[in-house]
Structure formats: C-alpha cells, structure tokens
Unconditional design. Structure first.
Length: 492
C-alpha cells in the first residue's frame, strides 16, 4: 500500500467534547458541587491505516455475515438495499476490489449515493448516513471510478480531520483499488522526513492544514484535481481553523471540481455553509431521530462524585479487555493522567491525543487496530470515523460538551459511540454522569436524538458485568435487538 506522508504544518486540533444520555425518568444524585474552573483543564482539548480497515473479527466472521444478511433485508435498516454492487455501474477492477473486501451487498447510503456521484457531468453531493454504514466506501468508489490511471498527476483529494482518519481512508482506497493497474495513492499528513518532496500520487488523502501548506508550496500539482471530498464535513467546515483551511484548499483547486461532503451529522448551523461550499448538490439527509444505531446499546452510570469516576472505571476493566474498548475523555491532561494511573496499577492501556508526535500516534493506533493494545484512552481527536471492528465498548468518561464545557455536544456523542456497532455489529456505549450538570448534559443529548439510555444498577456489580458481557457476546451470537434490549432491561 502506498502511504507516504507529508511535511509538518500546524493542524488545528478539533474540539473535544463530551455527551450524556437520557436515562429513564428519575434524576440521579445531585451530590457533588460543580467542578471549579481550572484553566489547565481547559487548555488542551482535541477536536473531534493501513489496508484492511479494522481489526479482523476472525472466528466471528460467519455468524456476523448471517446476521448482516437479515439486516440488509430490512427496509428500515440503514444497511438495507435492493441493488447489488454489479448494478451500480462500477468497473470490473473495482468490483473485484469490493469482493476482496468481503462486501456482499451495498448499504442504503452506498446504493443511493453512488448512482448520483457517478453521473456525468459530475455533480456535487452532500450525504448523511449513520455511523459505520459505509460512507467511506461510497466516496472512495466515486474517486476510484474517476481516476485516469494513464495520468500520473494528482486527480482526487480527500480531507479528514485527523491523521488517523486520513491514514485509514487511504488504506480503504488503496485496498479497494488494488486491481486498478497503475493506481497511486499517498497520505498528505505531517511527516518531517519527506520535507520538500512533491506528492505525485493520483489520489491524495490528508489533513487540511498540511494539504493547504503543500498546495501553497506547490508540492501538490493541483491542475488535474477534479474531485474534492470532505469526510466528517460538518466538523471540517464548522471548526474555526479547519473551516478556513478547507475553504483555502478549495480556492487553490481548479474551478471545475466535484465537491463531495459526507458525515453522519450535519447540524443546522453547518448545513447552509455546506450548501454554499458545495453548490447545487444532490443531498441525502436524515432527521436527528434517525441517527442512532440500534446495535449500539446506550447505558449510563450515575456516580456519586467526580472523585469516584476512576474507581468506577477500573470496575469495567475486565469487560473492556474482552474485545477492544475506547475511553473518551475531555482533555489531553485527563488522558495522560488516566493512562499513568492505570499503567502504574498494572493495567494494559494505550493513550492517544493530539499532544503526541505523529510517529507515536501512528504506532499507537496501529497497535490498537492489531489488537496488541485493547484499551485506548483518547480525546475527541479520535471521536470521528475511526473504524476498528473489534471495538465492543465505548466509555464516555466525560460527557461530551461544547467548547464552553457547559452545553452538551450531541454530535460528538453520536460520533464517539459510533466507534462501536459498525456495519451491523453490536456494542455497548457507557456514559459516566457524576453530578447534576453532567446528567443534564446527557439528558439533553438523549432528548435531541429521541433515544433511550438505560441506567446501570450499581447495587449488584455481578449483574452489571453479566449484562454487559451478554451484550458483548451477542455481537458474536447474532442476537436480535429485541433480545438484547431485554437483556439490559431484564424484560421491563
Ligand atoms: N457494503 C458493505 N458490506 C460489508 N461491509 C461494509 C460495506 N460497506 C462498508 N463496510 C464496512 O463497514 C465498516 C464501516 O464503514 P465506514 O468506515 O465506511 O463507515 P462510515 O459510514 O464512514 O462511518 P463513520 O460515520 O463512523 O465515519 C467498515 O469496516 C467497512 O469495511
């Protein structure tokens, strides 16, 4: 796989925000006082690979596929489709690539978006679809269908908010295009080792700051670029730094450009800007209520005090290591502190935040993908897009909030919990609430998505463990959503 990386440029870190969910009716304890303001705590919050995209599900493949067929036959499921990939006007090389990835049938977003994306003359597109439903493959197939392999110059550019996501998308495109003779792909992310070298590949995938820098320094020849994709587009256009960077990148590209914006979320304040960024687009959008994924069981735990959060986290360690888990925290400092404490107590955890250097970040995410590291503590830098099939548990140690650390951030919550339950799989999302404010934040999120969040009954830890274990195991046994809900609620 081609995966060179680019020169340093200051990437604007995405905002890091927590989220909380709506429990049943009752209000949890209102014991602890609100946290006192600590400027250091506020200081470093992050905002929102290799081929194979995701750790293998080894022994479980067959059962998951059986279950997938059922889901794809259900018209209400986001994975539903009536067409086959063969009907989507794709080249034989690409169909071969898709088969090689074990994709049997397109998902709803793939089936709907691809004919519109592949139309000639090319038309802009804004497309929304739930997390883990195959948006990457949809825009990657469009990119690959439009590459002229006889021309070595850059022809398509995809931008993502983190280096990890850019590397992952590059992995998908390279994997999918492996039977296209002469296809070249490269990452454009900070890499001091290639200072001054031009980016000659046909498909470039990068982070906006570095891409902007390389275009300005003419290390990317933009003359033949005909497609610009923004993955996690709401995040890319909304955030101060990245919005500016993406706009400048667009200004440095030819006018005759197909602009493609994908995300699971397009909050109302971004959609108008997105429409200006990608004028006259075909659009596929969803209502808030349609965004949650049934396979992700949303639980919350009511903790007496902020102080007790760490002790509570440790109680879940055994469950976290059964498959893979991600713990989301608000600040880089909390990420570092949690890692230090857990490692000092003999637990095996890895930590990744925007505070680390690129090569360390690559090493850590690769260890997590391979299963070498099973528990990853991170900030919102990895809230979006990261696809590791084996993740069965996501813990929101801090509820995701907006930059003011007061208002709930439903979009970030949705992206964080979407790191599990990928493409028909099952997962548990567990949010910690520890005072009135965090409970209200979670409640606001649950109300926004009109979704149900179930409280964990801490009076019986054995029962808690069993419940979660059953859900995690059910991802392998192909349990139905109804059966799983009964497991959580005890048939209530
Ligand atoms: N048609 C398909 N059949 C089977 N698996 C698929 C199909 N399309 C995609 N997948 C797999 O589903 C997983 C999720 O896909 P992807 O990462 O593209 O989701 P996404 O919609 O971009 O999610 P997010 O909103 O989190 O960015 C990946 O592991 C991918 O390989």
């Amino acid at each position: 796989m081609a995966s060179t990386e680019a020169t340093p440029a200051q990437e604007t870190p995405a905002q890091e925000t927590p989220a909380a969910g709506t429990p049943a009716q009752e209000m949890p304890h209102e014991t602890s006082a609100e946290k006192t303001h600590d400027p250091l705590e506020e200081a470093q919050v992050d905002g929102a690979g290799p081929p194979g995209n995701g750790a293998p599900l080894a022994d479980t493949q067959f059962k998951v596929e059986v279950k997938l067929a059922d889901l794809q036959a259900d018209p209400n499921n986001p994975l539903f489709s009536v067409k086959s990939f063969e009907e989507l006007q794709l080249s034989e090389e690409l169909l071969k690539g898709i088969r090689h990835m074990n994709f049997r049938q397109p998902s709803k977003v793939q089936e709907k978006a691809l004919p519109l994306l592949l139309m000639n003359p090319p038309t802009n597109m804004i497309a929304q679809s739930q997390s883990g439903t195959g948006k990457t493959a949809a825009f990657s197939l469009n990119i690959l269908s439009r590459i002229d392999t006889s021309n070595p110059e850059p022809q398509a550019l995809a931008l993502a908010p983190s280096r990890e996501l850019a590397r992952q998308i590059l992995g998908v495109i390279t994997h999918m295009g492996q039977f296209m003779n002469g296809l070249t792909t490269t990452a454009v992310i900070p890499d001091p080792s290639r200072r001054g070298q031009p980016f000659n590949a046909q498909v470039l995938v990068g982070t906006p700051g570095t891409v902007q820098d390389m275009l300005r320094r003419r290390l990317i020849n933009s003359k033949h670029i005909k497609i610009l994709v923004l993955d996690e587009a709401d995040n890319m256009l909304d955030q101060q730094g990245m919005g500016d960077q993406c706009t400048r990148v667009k200004q440095l590209l030819p006018r005759d450009l197909q602009i493609v914006l994908f995300s699971a979320t397009f909050p109302p304040n971004v959609i108008a800007y997105a429409q200006r960024f990608a004028p006259s687009s075909n659009t596929l959008t969803l209502a808030h209520e349609e965004l949650t994924i049934e396979g992700i069981k949303q639980l919350y735990i009511d903790i007496d005090k902020d102080h007790d959060k760490y002790a509570t986290l440790l109680k879940f360690y055994g469950l976290m290591t059964q498959a893979s888990s991600i713990i989301f925290v608000r600040t880089r400092r909390t990420a570092e502190e949690l890692e230090k404490r857990m490692v000092a107590e003999g637990h095996k955890v890895a930590q990744l935040s925007g505070a680390l250097e690129g090569p360390d970040r690559d090493r850590i995410i690769d260890q997590f993908r391979s299963g070498e590291a099973k528990v990853l503590i991170t900030t919102n830098v990895l809230a979006r897009g990261i696809d590791v099939e084996s993740v069965t548990m996501v813990i929101n140690y801090d509820v995701p909030t907006m930059a003011n650390n007061i208002d709930a951030d439903p979009e970030t919550y949705l992206h964080r919990i979407g790191r599990t339950g990928r493409f028909g799989r099952v997962g548990v999302a567990l949010t910690f609430v520890h005072n009135k404010t965090s409970w209200q934040q979670l409640h606001a999120i649950a109300t926004y998505f009109k979704t149900e969040m179930y409280p964990i009954d801490t009076s019986d830890w054995d029962a808690v463990e069993e419940t979660i274990q059953n859900i995690i195991k059910s991802s392998r046994a192909g349990k139905s959503t109804k059966e799983m809900t009964e497991m959580i609620t005890g048939g209530r």
